[in-house]
Design a protein around this ligand. Sequence first.
Ligand SMILES: Nc1ncnc2c1ncn2[C@@H]1O[C@H](COP(=O)(O)OP(=O)(O)OP(=O)(O)O)[C@@H](O)[C@H]1O
Length: 361
Amino acid sequence: MKELYQREALQRKLLYNKLQEMRGNIRVFCRCRHDNRVSCSLEFPNDQEVRLPDGRKMKFDRVFNPHTSQEEVFEDTKPIITSCVDGYNVCILAYGQTGSGKTFTMQGNHQQPGVNIRSIQELLRICQERDNIFFTLKASMVEIYNDTIQDILSHDVNQLELRSQGNKIHLPGLTEMLVENLDDINEIMDLGEQNRSVASTKMNSTSSRSHLIFMITVEGQDKASGAVSTGTLTLCDLAGSERVSKSEAQGQRLTEAAAINKSLSSLGQVFTALRTGQLHIPYRNSKLTHILQPSLGGDAKACLFVAVSPDEAHLSETSSTLQFGSNARHVALGQAKKNVREKGPSTAWNAQEGKSRGSRR
Ligand SMILES: Nc1ncnc2c1ncn2[C@@H]1O[C@H](COP(=O)(O)OP(=O)(O)OP(=O)(O)O)[C@@H](O)[C@H]1O
């Protein structure tokens, strides 16, 4: 009986995912962080609902309670992420107030790696498995601080200008690093972390006051047909979403908070415009939404993590974070399209060309 129920539940879940995929809905996952210093103010009646102390229930595509492991979180995200190997643009965003577990979910730590590292590992595994295709993985990392974009993998942490052409965006001078194995991943992560802390010290700020965007481009050339597919995975750890009035910010902190609020509300406006089918989508209202345009612009797949604290003291932020996620669930990007070119010279670097580090776009 139990087995039958589990099979049916799995079947329902697969059908639901298929339907969401056809509509192109943004998948929204809610994760409540673990914190043994406080008792949890939220309840989790099942794996799709969260109940607030006032009795309100919010529904998401998946709810992860404070005891959910990094492995379990990744398992549910994996199918979306790995579709970039087939030429889709995929975007994963983490939204929530400071300290709610966004960085833990995305970056994690050495013992409990998060979505970022697990994603590249999984992409490398799939690329190795498909031996009829030459794959090239390249990684870039940028930080958006006070509406300026900084290249976190360049040694002098260059400031970058954003150029756009239709739905495409370009960041001339952006550092791209070739990823071939686990050592490359660790090297890139370490360099990013080091440069990020140098940059934030220079700016007298903390890294949680900026948005971190990690991009992985997967280019594959079919050895037989020559067709080339290009997929991009954009992993975005957003700055904390708390309100200025609550943080009582002044001076530089106030400027930072205002830039964060502006960019996060631009993100909300983009979601609203997409949800209500407006002709004009205001991507250019902030660097954050502008850089994310190809990932939210109609032919991509997107997944939003809303991270919340279990602490009763943060209930009002928790409630507004959950509301943000709930609104995003109704955003339909349209059915995702693959980026595949028939035959043609690949820009993919294959093994014979050797390793090109720190090459530029
Ligand atoms: N699910 C979890 N299990 C165990 N510890 C967690 C979990 N989520 C977060 N933490 C811990 O809580 C602390 C704050 O988390 P984290 O830095 O990820 O928050 P954040 O939302 O990214 O904050 P900020 O906006 O300041 O960057 C960290 O010490 C982190 O290790």
